[in-house]
Design a protein. Structure first.
Length: 430
């Protein structure tokens, strides 16, 4: 059987969304002995990669820095081990590998190591892993076709490595070059005042913030709790770890954030949910930099619509009724008093039971049956309570306008927007 170390050619294999090949279960089973052999040689492969780099001189890694050579060797070992596990299609390892590549790109940019040198290191590591895999496969009589499929996976993974590293490296360079807080603060202040519509200012803002003309923007407004941290440093760091560049500025009682985000903002909001305390609203900027002011207003409305004292992150699209109610507190209070006033004057437990029933029935489109399942009571009990609510309020759930009024009033109570309470804590549970 003739050995070869060239890159395998194309195949009709299935691919993941990132372009890497998917091995079938049968292929993984055939290749398992070769992967096990590769695992046992992981440190040897890593030492071979390090030797090629270190024996060739510094090459830009700054090896004269204390501890840099040891850090490089450890990093290479981590990459080789993670690469082997990803090659073996151990799915939990795939995300860890991507996180490792992203962190490496960020760290090498911070160290000033040229990106080309890092990519060359990845190429050397992939080549030595491929040669070791071939040697093990031939020694263990693994079929050539299976080895070539594993080779396709290895080399397509190298392409993904390069993409992830370049993106992370570029983001870190951009963040490093633009860490003049005064310039960023000046730009964010101007955008929050609507100056994004001015061509000259918009051009300067794009330069300072590192934005393209067609960059999709997510605007965030954070209302920190009075007794909690309100600096965005940790948020910025966590978003950067997730692959997002972000810009922040304190503006009175709230913090304004701007995140270039090619997706719908779901991942950004999840990062914030795990990171911040307080209320956060988001809104997509649909008109480029000229739309930042409108998006800021929408994001602020979403944040204000959340109950005081809560820790939550929501998009304006999820809170439109609440935001409308929050925008006019006096009218909202008047709506609740005119709609539910007689019910709210009823004594303690009865009031709570009737409000809870009303919310359940509204949530289920007027269905007493589904509301009864939620409330764990008989359907006839729900019907009786609804009649009592209608008698007290003078409104009918069968009338569309009345149902709208009741829905808005109940929403205002639940969100703490009514300026009055339904109980000790001023909140109706839904």
């Amino acid at each position: 059987m003739t050995q070869t170390s060239h890159r395998p050619g194309p195949d009709q294999a299935a691919e993941q969304g990132d372009g890497t090949v998917l091995l079938t279960s049968a292929e993984r089973e055939v290749l398992a002995p070769a992967f096990d052999a590769l695992r046992s040689r992981a440190d040897h492969i890593a030492e071979a990669v390090a030797a090629q780099l270190l024996d060739g001189g510094d090459l830009g890694y700054g090896l004269d820095e204390p501890g840099r050579a040891a850090e490089l060797r450890a990093s290479i070992r981590d990459h080789v081990r993670a690469g082997i596990e990803r090659l073996a299609d151990q799915r939990p390892a795939q995300r860890r590998a991507i996180d490792l590549w992203r962190e490496t790109g960020r760290r090498r940019a911070q160290q000033g190591v040229p990106m080309e040198i890092v990519l060359t290191t990845y190429m050397i590591g992939s080549r030595l892993m491929w040669e070791a895999l071939l040697e093990a496969g031939h020694r263990l009589d693994v079929p050539d076709r299976a080895l070539m499929r594993a080779g396709r996976l290895l080399w397509s993974t190298l392409d993904v490595q390069g993409t992830v590293l370049r993106d992370s490296y570029r983001r870190e360079e951009l963040a490093r070059d633009q860490r003049d807080p005064a310039r960023v603060a000046e730009v964010l202040e101007g955008l929050s005042q609507g100056r994004g519509a001015e061509a000259d200012f918009a051009a300067r803002a794009r330069s300072v913030l590192g934005l393209d003309h067609d960059s999709a923007l997510l605007v965030l407004v954070w209302l920190p709790p009075a007794d909690g941290p309100s600096t965005p440093d940790l948020v910025r760091e966590r978003l950067q770890d997730a692959g997002y560049l972000s810009h922040w500025r304190r503006q009175g009682a709230h913090v304004l954030g701007l995140v270039p985000s090619p997706d719908d903002g779901t991942r950004v909001r999840k990062v914030l949910e795990r990171t911040v305390r307080g209320r956060v609203g988001s809104a997509t900027c649909r008109d480029g930099l000229s739309g930042v002011l409108a998006a800021q207003d929408s994001a602020l409305a979403a944040a204000v619509s959340l109950p005081r004292g809560s820790d939550a992150v929501v998009d304006i699209s999820e809170r439109l009724p609440e935001a409308l109610l929050a925008a006019s507190p006096s009218l909202t209070t008047q709506l609740v008093e005119a709609t539910l006033g007689p019910l709210l004057s009823v004594g303690g437990v009865t009031r709570e039971v009737l409000l809870e029933t009303l919310v359940a029935v509204l949530r289920h489109g007027g269905s007493a049956t589904y509301a009864a399942e939620d409330l764990v009571c008989h359907r006839n009990t729900v019907i009786y309570r609804v009649k009592r609510v209608e008698e007290l309020t003078g409104l009918s759930l069968d009338d569309p306008r009345d149902r709208l009024l009741l829905t808005l009033a109940a929403t205002a109570l639940n969100s703490g927007l009514a300026g009055l309470g339904s109980g000790a804590d001023g909140e109706v549970r839904s």
